[in-house]
Design a protein around this ligand. Structure first.
Ligand SMILES: NC(=O)C1=CN([C@@H]2O[C@H](COP(=O)(O)OP(=O)(O)OC[C@H]3O[C@@H](n4cnc5c(N)ncnc54)[C@H](OP(=O)(O)O)[C@@H]3O)[C@@H](O)[C@H]2O)C=CC1
Ligand SMILES: Nc1nc2c(ncn2[C@@H]2O[C@H](COP(=O)(O)O)[C@@H](O)[C@H]2O)c(=O)[nH]1
Length: 327
């Protein structure tokens, strides 16, 4: 692999503007036959999304993926969402009980619009078999499979029937996979995304490592249809993580899905817990993301998200931040 880079090493090059106002720029994206306001999905983690946030996002035209860490609630969740005429988008793992769960859904004719297979090392027979199992029993569900970090993996999962793949092994803010195992796309997630996108024939979701709103545009430039984000969505009033106060300031917890806090035991731990500053309402962040992305589209010289996909870019030595803090 040559030309390895990450988000902070890239700047997109502006093209002539064709709009009179950024309001003319359209940030919507279509995935699985549904159109969403933003190419962004909050991470399917327990400190990022819960039922209330899922309802809010779905009602307001945003994509969401519910986490899989309260498995017994999933059937009711799907029914509740669909009875409100909202999309149902859930996560599953690959253990034997998850196979039974899919069969139960099929037998009771409960068909979620989206099912995400959420495991750490998605380039595996475990995921390939689960894709085939879902496609056999719930052929109308759109299957997102991951996580992976190579073109071979993308091709194999697509070949098994995945409708989209999720790319990112270890770039996450609360991830310690790269430190504990020596493997992953941490530090070169954007280059890995480009590498995978070149091999993909179906949508890719870039997952992890987004630290600024500009990184969303960069992900789109390098082949993402959708971008999964954890840390930037942690710390809102609505976020499920616990709130704590220190020196008069409010913080919220954000922990990894493979952390000891999530697992309840110290076994195969590949995630940590951190505290992020309390930062107001979720809608404020979504609105700011939309405005920033509208601005990105205008700099790309277009009116639609797709215009970002063709812009030129430069690799900036020693990072674009020039020593500045992100925020
Ligand atoms: N995107 C990322 O970089 C990462 C994300 N995570 C997140 O953490 C959560 C837990 O993930 P995960 O541990 O996969 O889920 P599970 O604990 O549900 O494990 C899924 C299955 O895969 C097996 N498994 C897990 N990792 C490996 C591996 N490296 N090689 C072979 N088999 C493996 C497990 O067995 P056994 O445990 O016995 O090995 C288990 O049978 C998920 O939400 C995942 O997205 C975790 C790490 C990295
Ligand atoms: N290696 C680990 N990765 C994890 C864990 N829990 C979640 N994740 C991944 O991180 C992203 C979010 O990244 P962020 O940079 O936006 O915060 C999430 O979608 C997962 O793919 C974990 O315990 N270990």
């Amino acid at each position: 692999m040559d030309n390895v880079f990450d988000y902070e090493d890239i700047q997109l090059i502006p093209a002539k503007c064709i709009v009179d106002s950024r309001l003319e720029c359209d940030t919507t994206v279509t995935l699985g036959g549904h159109t969403f306001k933003l190419p962004v999905v909050p991470a399917n983690m327990q400190t990022i999304i819960d039922e209330k946030i899922a309802v809010y996002l779905a009602e307001n035209g945003y994509f969401y993926i519910m986490h899989r860490f309260q498995p017994e609630t999933r059937k009711t969740f799907i029914r509740d969402m669909q009875s409100r005429e909202l999309i149902a988008s859930i996560s599953v793992g690959v253990k034997p009980e998850e196979y039974d769960f899919i069969i139960q859904l099929a037998e009771e004719n409960i068909v979620p619009e989206f099912i995400t297979i959420d495991i750490a090392h998605g380039h595996s027979n475990a995921v390939i078999n689960m894709i085939k199992h879902i496609k056999k029993h719930l052929p109308d569900s759109f299957v997102i499979a991951g996580n992976v970090g190579t073109p071979e993996a993308v091709r194999e999962l697509e070949h098994a029937g995945a409708d989209a793949t999720k790319v990112g092994i270890g770039p996450g803010k609360v991830c310690i996979t790269k430190i504990k195992t020596g493997f992953g796309t941490g530090g070169w997630q954007l280059a890995a995304l480009r590498w995978c996108a070149k091999a993909a024939s179906k949508p890719i979701i870039a997952d992890g490592g987004i630290r600024t709103h500009g990184d969303i545009a960069k992900s789109v430039r390098f082949g993402a249809t959708m971008v999964m984000i954890g840390s930037l969505f942690a710390g809102h009033e609505e976020s499920p993580g616990e709130t704590t106060e220190k020196d008069g300031k409010l913080y919220k917890e954000y922990f990894g899905s493979a952390s000891e806090f999530q697992k309840g035991e110290k076994k195969n731990v590949e995630g940590k817990k951190m505290y992020v500053e309390h930062k107001g309402s979720l809608q404020d962040t979504l609105t700011e993301m939309e405005q920033d992305l509208q601005s990105s589209i205008s700099y790309a010289g277009g009116k639609k998200l797709d215009s970002i996909r063709n812009v030129d870019y430069v690799i900036v030595k020693n990072s674009i931040f020039n020593g500045d803090k992100v925020y």
